[in-house]
Each structure stands twice: as C-alpha cells, then as structure tokens.
Design a protein around this ligand. Structure first.
Ligand SMILES: [Zn+2]
Length: 301
C-alpha cells in the first residue's frame, strides 16, 4: 500500500474492468491489533487512508462503488466489557478514516462472533454509512454459539443493510447456507465464497489437505482452485436464489470475476478480451481448425 501504490491501483482497475461493481479498500486486517503484531502500528492511519483513497480513485474511473473494509479484530472476548471497548476503538478509527476519505458503504468481513459483529454495525451506523456485515462460517456455529442463520438474522434485525457470509467456504458448501438464509431474512443477502473446492469432509478451506501434507491452508491451496466456469455457475445459482451481493473472496482472480459478470448478463470492459474459442486453431470452428491443422500438428510431432 505504501511502497507500490500504483500496483494496488492497477489491481483495483483489473477487477473493475472484469466487472466488479465495488472497489473494496485494502484495509482488511489493517487494524491496530494485527499491525501491532507485525510491528507496523505506526503506519496504521497512513495505510488506511491510502487504501481508501486508491480504491475511491479507481471506483470513480469506472463508475463503481467504493467500500471501506473492516474485519474480525482478534481483540474480542464475549462478556468482557474491556475487550468490547477495545474492539469499538479499533473499528471507530478505521471507519472514521474511511468515512473521511469517502466511501459508499462499509464491508465488515469474516467476523466469527455475533457480539463483535454488533459492535461493527453500531460503529458503522454511528458514521451514518450503509453496513454490509458478513460472517466467516469456518465452523457450524459462531464462536459465541449462534447458528449462522440466527447470527445473520440478529444483525438484520439490528439494522444491517446486507447480511451474509464471506470467506472460509467454497461455493459447494456456502450455497446451502445461502439457501437457508434466503428463507430466514427479508433484507439483501451476501454470498462471497472462496474460489476453492470445499466439500462435506472439508467444508472450509482451512481444512483442505495438500497432497503429501496435512494442510493446504494457506500456501498450498492452488491445487483446489475452482475454474472460471464453476465461478460463473456459482454466480448464476446465487442470483437464482435471490442473493443480491455476489462475489468471490481470497484467491479470486479477475478471470473468475469476468466469467461471473458475463454469466449474469453483463458486458464488462474486459469482455473485449474474453477468449473466443471458436477462433482457436485446433479447438475452434471447423474452418479455422482446417486452416491451421497442418501447421500445428506439424509443430507438435
Ligand atoms: Zn477470504
């Protein structure tokens, strides 16, 4: 964020060109607790302001929305007023900087406690901003004992504009949660899975195994990637369910997002460069194949 801001801007543009409607400021884990652990607490404000500023500039260019971003703090403990106060302080400074730099809404992500999510919501609303509150459903229940539908319902009842889930689960194990949630709440819901093949045995990517090792999380996840076709299928199914906030989380590439946008009937800027397989030398239409067959087969022999 501070060393190579141009590269971050380019990343925003890449995803916006691929069809994303939102530029999310890269302030995930840019909270006091985490930056203290990596010895960068003094850069906290600079990083947050810069992140929102870069996201906003990219969003303006593509007429997209810009979201401020907060997440689980690591400081929360249930029934501990001191911890709650610390979480509130950390959220208030991040949301404050985001509001100051100019955002359309705040996205609170991968929260695992209903109690912590309620603090996030309260802080976002104190700045008069719309709140999207997404839980990270790694396990079957929240860390304070609520099932995930119940957890979202509490947040919706308390005024969250959008409630749902992000991260942890891939499409296969997140969609069933989305189906239940759609029936339970009337407000807009969000599904933002990770782009990996999670299943019954490993419902979250934290439990995926890497060939020859105990765990694939996080550096060995590549062998579990979903492809762009599966990403598009997820988007269509989510829309059919009535999900209003659709995305992909950690590990998603612009090619996934473009395929999703196109499957939902959009024509993003980057569609100009979508592969047209009918023009592929060997896999395309008969005419094109005939014209190139001799040349290609000659090379490969
Ligand atoms: Zn994620």
């Amino acid at each position: 964020m501070l060393d190579y801001p141009d590269v971050v801007s380019q990343l925003h543009e890449e995803f916006l060109r691929a069809g994303s409607d939102v530029a999310v400021a890269l302030t995930y884990y840019a909270h006091r607790e985490k930056l203290r652990v990596v010895g960068r607490e003094n850069d906290l404000e600079k990083i947050n302001r810069q992140a929102v500023c870069l996201a906003r500039r990219a969003a303006e260019k593509y007429e997209a929305l810009v979201a401020g971003n907060i997440c689980n703090t690591w400081a929360y403990k249930p029934d501990d007023p001191k911890a709650a106060k610390e979480v509130r302080r950390q959220y208030a400074e991040q949301v404050g900087w985001a509001a100051d730099e100019g955002v359309d809404f705040i996205l609170a992500e991968t929260i695992e406690y209903v109690g912590e999510a309620l603090i996030a919501l309260e802080v976002i609303k104190s700045f008069d901003l719309p709140a999207v509150i997404n839980f990270g459903p790694i396990y079957e229940k929240s860390k304070d004992g609520y099932n995930w539908v119940e957890a979202c319902k509490i947040l919706a009842d308390n005024g969250a504009d959008v409630v749902g889930y992000n991260c942890a689960r891939g499409p296969e194990t997140l969609l069933p949660l989305g189906r239940k949630l759609r029936r339970a709440v009337g407000s807009t819901i969000a599904l933002v899975p990770v782009p990996y093949h999670t299943d019954h045995d490993a419902p979250s990517f934290q439990f995926l195994k890497r060939r020859g090792a105990d765990s694939a999380y996080t550096l060995g996840l590549d062998q579990h990637y979903i492809d762009r076709i599966e990403a598009a299928e997820f988007a269509v199914e989510a829309q059919r369910l009535g999900v209003g906030f659709i995305g992909l989380c950690c590990g998603a590439g612009p090619h996934h997002i473009r395929a999703m946008a196109e499957a939902l009937g959009r024509k993003p800027v980057a569609s100009q460069y979508s592969p047209d397989m009918s023009r592929h030398g060997l896999l395309g239409s008969e005419k094109v194949v005939k014209a190139h067959e001799k040349q290609f087969l000659g090379q490969w022999k």
